[in-house]
Design a protein around this ligand. Structure first.
Ligand code: ADP
Ligand code: MG
Length: 201
């Protein structure tokens, strides 16, 4: 198996993240934990690209519906539909509109536990319930209720791969092989080498 330091994850700063001028703030969070940026580009995605991206995982549509429904139930509110697939279909349509509304920045970050750590720093899907200290918890206010009321996607600034298999499918969907850099930075030795050498000369 590859060394764990080679784990990779896809991050996309969504159109609202760019409109809110949060690009630097978002990148800083992933960079300062020790992850390495190995690919980056800015462009306006097509609807086809977004639909394909969210349907890379055949379970996603059902999961997204279940997540929305359980968030309503937890707050004692009534979901717009009790069928997770129906909610999932709605969300795909809304995401196509949201994600193609302006430029996005797509990135690949690499490092130990990259997928899990990026999700932790990013926070839960719904900003209303995302943890304090996370990007979605600290920088935006949206909720399932507001998004459904306006028939739009939840504005939560960022996409981040949800699991290692998801990342492995998403990265080649967004980046060609030649766009992904292979390079080292000195602090990787401090993060990953079994012995820290040469500090005292
Ligand atoms: P995450 O981005 O946290 O992995 P999901 O994969 O479950 O979340 O959903 C993808 C994106 O779809 C979310 O980030 C959000 O922008 C949007 N979304 C999810 N559920 C809903 C919903 N019920 N209504 C509107 N938008 C939603
Ligand atoms: Mg997801």
């Amino acid at each position: 198996m590859d060394h764990p330091k080679n784990e990779r994850t896809l991050v996309v700063v969504k159109p609202d993240g760019i409109q809110r001028a949060l690009i630097g703030e978002i990148m800083k969070r992933y960079e300062r934990i020790g992850l390495k940026l190995i690919a980056l580009k800015m462009f306006v995605p097509t609807e086809k690209m977004i639909e394909e991206h969210y349907l890379l995982d055949s379970e996603w549509k059902k999961n997204v519906g279940e997540k929305a429904i359980s968030s309503y139930v937890k707050k004692g509110e009534t979901p717009p539909s009790s069928d997770p697939i129906e909610v999932g279909n709605l969300v795909v349509g809304r995401l196509k509109k949201y994600m193609t509304s302006g430029p996005v920045i797509a990135m690949v970050w690499e490092g130990a536990h990259a997928v899990e750590l990026v999700r932790k720093i990013t926070g839960g899907t719904e900003p209303r319930s995302a943890g304090v200290g996370t990007i979605r918890g600290d920088f935006v206010v949206d909720s399932y209720q507001m998004a459904d009321g306006a028939d739009r996607a939840i504005r939560n600034l960022i996409h981040a791969s949800g699991s290692v298999p998801e990342a492995e499918k998403e990265i080649p969907h967004w980046f060609g092989k030649a766009e992904i850099m292979k390079y080292s930075v000195p602090h990787e030795a401090t993060l990953y080498d079994a012995d820290i050498k040469s500090i005292l000369g």
